[in-house]
Design a protein around this ligand. Structure first.
Ligand code: HDE
Length: 699
């Protein structure tokens, strides 16, 4: 074997000694101990072809460290992405809460927010049908407050005791190690079908909320009832809400399936890109505030996390806004190591007796200790408060911030450096709630209505959204192999909404409807529809922050292209150019238009709307090209707005939709390029042309 295969050998003399000159343009590589490394290519061995030597501390250190690079991924919410930013408080809320961050108008508090899926592993795709985590760490001047929420305001279960079962059921089966990142399988539907309390949450997870277009376009919820407590000790209940500045948006299911293949990082890339271009993701934080009297008269138990309080019943009071404006410097150090804990609350905020929340308060601290390796995970910069800390806690694995001096206990009578003391005025006080009761393992009967709000959610949706919910149930249950599990779910749906049950039963090809189970509490049919629960009733009315995919080829008309780009950018949208080759095309003026994507890598599922602007040459070839055909077919099937020029008609013909063009397809007339472009972008503000859906996609 010849040594000449190894380039670094060229620098060596016969005995392997280095003749290379030191590289002065880069810092010298060192070991973890700081010792300069002379050779990073070759391990130490007995002779050039001989065995490796154990003595090689440089190689052993390098490989040892590599071997230990992974930490356990989160047991749930493993897949996620986080960003830095700030929370800006609107006004003095001291009457409501003593929480320091809500006292002074205009004051900014640093935050770190992490968005996640729940079921999938760390390397899974961004767009499974799933709940999304929405966790925010506020680094307040009186300690860290973690608001660890989701993008849905309710949850599957009422008691933390059932969480391991729920998570076991949805994640990979223990024998086969699949399915990954999906709920469309027997174990999940078996479990939830036996847990009627999950019905309301299932309506949410079968809705488009479970396939968001980006975390930027999601609402967030604290889910549980919490307490605000003011300096006088007066408390009210609150529920936390995040409303996205750009409005809500989701994708359609068939699109989600394809996005997962085309760009598994779709969400994290979208967030990253938005922040890089200065279009900072933003949400308004608000609270529903209510007192014991309301809690008493409300139809459901405010401690039951499977229930929400409709915004129409208790409107949201805005408190401030969160702006995410900075990506992490290092994904592992920040996003992976961030440790959210529901127990991290600050003076002025308190927990309620929600049994799910009570269980969470144990779980998060416990899981971080395992995941991050010891009790000092609070010393990791992303987890450390940004306010001063003084306490007598000490030692443990990886202690980084250590006390000085001899005094590590309290009380003490040392005069020199005696350490901190408690502060009853500014310190954290639990709300002085009167509690008495018998020690029992018992679910309150006030938790027993499992269907009413599920039905309310369904009737609050537009026809389009109702259709998507039914389709989602049919899709998921069609992946369930055991027929009795399918039937059990349809039976539950009869208690939610008879028409939904019927549609799902038809979709599954059932000959008759199964008998509905006897509910623990009679489902109410008098709950009014709540518009706030629908995505489509709360559209953004703008195409701002969205992405237009423009397909071009050689000879694309320069004027139409420029007009469209200008109109999109004026709206605050981003234009991506898709071309037959990544090096781009020359337009009708002979100017080079660089491409962002080659057609195969830039399918239309990655864009919110598309424009087809091929040149007049080579259309036959384009019409026969699979990726071009898919681009058009998918954009049409996913109800996207499609702008097109005259040449594109040939492509429509090739895929058989020439006769089906509707009001969602707009001609970008070269003679009126500016008007046509602004008209098209104006249409795009509706995000999708839903009337098309009724005409296609049905079997
Ligand atoms: Fe979590 N959850 N959870 N969860 N959860 C975790 O903590 C748990 C629940 C939520 O971006 C774990 O750091 C229990 C509801 C988010 O790092 C773990 C119960 C809500 C995140 C845990 C729940 C959430 C987690 C896993 C039932 C919405 C990701 C890793 C009582 C209000 C945070 C970790 C991040 C993560 C336990 C239910 C939100 C095991 C026991 C309800 C956003 O501690």
């Amino acid at each position: 074997m010849s040594d000449s295969k190894n380039p670094s050998q060229h620098a060596k003399g016969k005995g392997g000694e280095l003749h290379q000159h030191a590289d002065t343009t880069h810092p010298t590589m060192t070991t973890q101990q700081g010792a300069p490394v002379a050779d990073d290519q070759n391990s130490l061995r007995a002779g050039a072809r001989g065995p490796g030597l154990l003595e090689d501390h440089v190689m052993r250190e390098k490989i040892f460290h590599f071997d230990h690079e992974r930490i356990p991924e989160r047991v749930v919410h493993a897949r996620g992405v986080g960003f830095h930013g700030y929370f800006e408080n609107y006004s003095d809320q001291s009457e409501l809460t003593a929480a320091d961050l809500f006292q002074r108008p205009g004051e900014q508090t640093p935050v770190f927010a992490r968005f996640s899926t729940v079921a999938g592993n760390k390397g899974s795709a961004d767009l499974p049908r799933d709940v999304r985590g929405f966790a925010t760490k506020f680094y307040t001047r009186q300690g860290n407050w973690d608001l660890v929420g989701n993008n849905m305001p309710v949850f599957f279960i009422q008691d933390a005791m059932k969480f391991p079962d729920l998570v076991h059921a949805v994640k990979e089966a223990p024998d086969r190690g699949f399915p990954q990142a999906q709920s469309a399988h027997d174990n999940f539907w078996d479990f939830v079908g036996l847990m009627p309390e999950s019905m309301h949450m299932l309506m949410w997870t079968m809705s488009d909320r479970a396939i968001p277009r980006s975390p930027r376009f999601m609402e967030g919820f604290g889910v549980h009832s919490f307490r605000f407590v003011n300096a006088q000790g007066v408390s009210q209940f609150v529920k936390f809400h995040w409303k996205p500045k750009h409005g809500m948006q989701s994708v359609v299911w068939n699109e989600a399936l394809k996005i997962n293949g085309a760009d598994p990082d779709f969400h994290r890339r979208d967030m990253w890109d938005a922040i890089q271009r200065g279009d900072y993701p933003e949400w308004e934080l608000g609270v529903q505030i209510f007192d014991d009297a309301f809690a008493e008269k409300f139809e459901f138990d405010i401690l039951d996390a499977t229930k929400l309080i409709p915004e129409e019943q208790v409107p949201i009071t805005p408190l401030g806004k969160m702006v995410l404006n900075r990506a992490v410097d290092n994904f592992f150090a920040e996003t992976e190591q961030v440790a959210f804990c529901t127990q991290n609350i600050v003076r002025g905020i308190d927990h309620s007796n929600d049994p799910l929340l009570q269980g969470r308060n144990f779980s998060y601290l416990d899981t971080q200790t395992k995941r991050l390796g010891g009790p000092n995970f609070t010393h990791i910069p992303i987890n450390a408060p940004k306010c001063p800390m003084h306490h007598f806690q000490q030692d443990g694995h990886m202690a980084m911030t250590n006390p000085t001096g001899r005094v590590n206990y309290e009380p003490n009578s040392w005069e020199n450096n005696p350490g901190p003391r408690e502060n009853p005025t500014d310190g954290f006080h639990s709300y002085a709630e009167e509690i008495e009761g018998t020690k029992v393992r018992e679910r309150s009967p006030s938790f027993s209505d499992h269907y009413s709000q599920a039905g309310q959610f369904y009737i609050s949706q537009t026809d389009t959204e109702q259709g998507h919910i039914a389709d989602a149930f049919v899709f998921e249950l069609s992946k369930v192999e055991r027929a009795d599990i399918r039937l059990r779910m349809v039976a539950h749906l009869r208690n939610v909404d008879e028409s939904l049950a019927k549609t799902v039963a038809d979709g599954l090809g059932l000959e008759s409807l199964p008998e509905a189970p006897t509910p623990a509490a009679t489902p109410r049919k008098d709950l009014p529809s709540s518009d706030a629960l629908s995505i489509l009733k709360n559209g953004p009315g703008s195409f701002s922050g969205r992405k237009l995919g423009v397909f071009v080829s050689e000879g694309t008309d320069a004027k139409t292209f420029d007009a469209l780009k200008a109109a999109a950018e004026k709206e605050g949208a981003v234009v991506a150019v898709i071309a037959p080759h990544i090096s781009g095309v020359c337009d009708s003026n002979g100017r080079k238009i660089p491409a962002n994507e080659k057609i195969d890598g830039g399918p239309s599922v990655l864009f919110d709307a598309v424009a087809l602007m091929p040149g007049s040459q080579g259309l036959d070839q384009l019409a026969n090209h699979g990726p071009v055909r898919d681009f058009i077919n998918d954009a049409f099937a996913h109800c996207k707005f499609i702008g097109f020029n005259e040449s594109a008609r040939k492509l429509f013909k090739a895929v058989g939709i020439e006769q089906k063009l509707d009001d969602g397809c707009l001609l970008l007339d070269a003679n009126e390029a500016d008007d046509a472009a602004s008209n098209f972008i104006e249409k795009c503000r509706s995000l999708r042309y839903w009337p098309r859906e009724g005409a296609i996609n049905k079997v």
